[in-house]
Design a protein around this ligand. Sequence first.
Ligand SMILES: NC(=O)c1ccc[n+]([C@@H]2O[C@H](COP(=O)([O-])OP(=O)(O)OC[C@H]3O[C@@H](n4cnc5c(N)ncnc54)[C@H](O)[C@@H]3O)[C@@H](O)[C@H]2O)c1
Ligand SMILES: [Zn+2]
Ligand SMILES: [Zn+2]
Length: 372
Amino acid sequence: MRTRAAVIRETGKPWEVTTLELDEPGPGEVLIKFVASGMCHSDEHMRAGHTEGRLPMVGGHEGAGVVEAVGDAVTRVTPGDHVVCSFIPACGACRYCSTGRQNLCDQGAQMVTGMLPDGSFRFHDDAGADLGGFCTLGTFSERAVVSQYSCIKILDHIPLDVAALIGCGVPTGWGTSVYAAEVSAGDTVVIFGAGGVGSNAIQGARYAGAKNVVVVDPVPFKREKAVEFGATHTFESAEGAHQAVNEMTWGQMAEHAICTVGVLTAEVVSAATDIVGKDGRVTITSVGRSGDTQIALAANGSVVGWQRRIQGHVFGMCNPLYDIPRLLRLYDDGQLKLDELITQRYSLDEINRGYDDLLNGKNIRGVIMHEA
Ligand SMILES: NC(=O)c1ccc[n+]([C@@H]2O[C@H](COP(=O)([O-])OP(=O)(O)OC[C@H]3O[C@@H](n4cnc5c(N)ncnc54)[C@H](O)[C@@H]3O)[C@@H](O)[C@H]2O)c1
Ligand SMILES: [Zn+2]
Ligand SMILES: [Zn+2]
């Protein structure tokens, strides 16, 4: 079968929209026709060469669509089902899945190669090269063959463009506040970076009962949207936020700082550490450039003396089999804003314009709408 897809062949080059050959689903695999795919910053990290992966690769890891066919031994979905693809698969049986930590599923090990559990690839180009899909998905392809472990069946009435965002950005951001940081009622939370992930960290912090949800983002449009998602205060810079947090907490400083900037740097981690008080927690969601050092702190007074904690995580410590339907239920009940996350929709051919818009601060989330 032929499918059109956006591919990274060489880092630092624009996305290449091309036509690939796609194999039939093998045992445990599912053929999905993607309807929509969110444009997360993590694909941009891979394209720019900030993070390392096996190339060439089909991009996209935040998608929703319809099951067209299933291979042998598939039990989770059947043809016609609407599905969200979880950017980390959940096998349900490994050490981590079986202890309520599906975000750490052993099947996630091939995220940056895109190799399926049987050790092979389903995308091939006309020169004979095998391609993996980012996060073993490749949602920037009109169709993909993925493991059933990546598939979460959803109800048919949920719009597939908003459902796509539940594959990564929404649970990652929400879970950053609710699970990874463990924000509590009355807390002061400072969120650095209010993009696709940070906007959902804002929603999670508010839902968890934070008193002050303070957002730092240099882009005015992001700060305006942050208020819509539940921010109580917004600042252009860390310095402005630091002074205000000092005042609003009577000098105690924040319980939480959350890093959801596009590219993690040592400056952001330092500012985040400085803004939390004694026993405060810094929760890091963002990734930076491979080879750079992003955590460079004078530990004595700053971390040891003040008993601060620095916590990294993937996927907001969510359990996709549980949290994806749960978040969609909140949306359906009007308690989680998802429509408001989508700033612009693009065709697959417009992918480079979409990522330029992301880098220029124009989008909370851009979404590719597949046409085929
Ligand atoms: N840990 C995970 O599981 C996980 C999952 C998804 C995304 N991510 C990472 O999270 C990060 C955010 O992703 P996204 O899709 O929301 O990106 P995004 O580009 O949509 O948002 C980043 C935001 O940070 C703001 N920003 C940039 N520099 C800043 C600074 N110095 N201070 C404050 N704000 C700043 C930008 O204006 C933008 O609003 C990326 O690094 C991405 O790779 C991690
Ligand atoms: Zn993502
Ligand atoms: Zn598992």
